[in-house]
Design a protein around this ligand. Sequence first.
Ligand code: ZN
Length: 241
Amino acid sequence: MKCAVISDVHANLEALTAVLADIRKTDISEILFLGDAVGYGPDPEVCVKILSSECDLLIAGNHDHALVGLTSVLSFNPYAKAAMEWTRSVISAETVAVLKRLPFIAETPDGRMFLAHSSPMEYTQWHYLSTPSDAALNFGFFKNRLCFVGHSHKPSIFERLPAGDIIVKNTESVFGNENRYIINAGSVGQPRDGDPRACYAVLDDDSVRLRRVEYEIRLTQEKMARLGLPGQLIDRLSRGV
Ligand code: ZN
């Protein structure tokens, strides 16, 4: 069974719509969401609504929890803080209630996958899992064969061989029998790996692939400018940083 794993939408409706259209062209039967529906972008309300209705499993990101007062914005940069304040001014009580119910972590019912927005280790602390040594440490904090994370907005596949060595792959991996995997699904709505296209992961029975999808970046940027969101957040979308 094929499934899509999407993360870090950040209120970018154009990117989310493009990714969902790409998913619908295939035989993908399930969509899992790794958190950060809101923050940075111009369409928080509708993005939460779409994700709630389209995804089979959803967990919280730090921006979702910050919006509803469950985590502090102290670690946020000034632009992220400004966007968060704007988001608070437009979000409905109903959407706040939806975000408050999202858990930090989840496992798929078949036990195959562990999901965390930031990292399996101390998942309430929102650590970044970016390097092979971060990955090596984190393999000790879940038992499942596969783990999906987001948060860094940098897609990557960390493969752990039985002896403990970590191999990093950038676009796809065919699963080896005894190996375990931590997969960063990248970001739908604000990629930071130098490629501005929306990113998500496609998981098949024996492989995982990171897909890129073009979307109308200009449209999202125009909306952000009209709403008075910070120029730095508008500009970074076209550069993918
Ligand atoms: Zn994020």
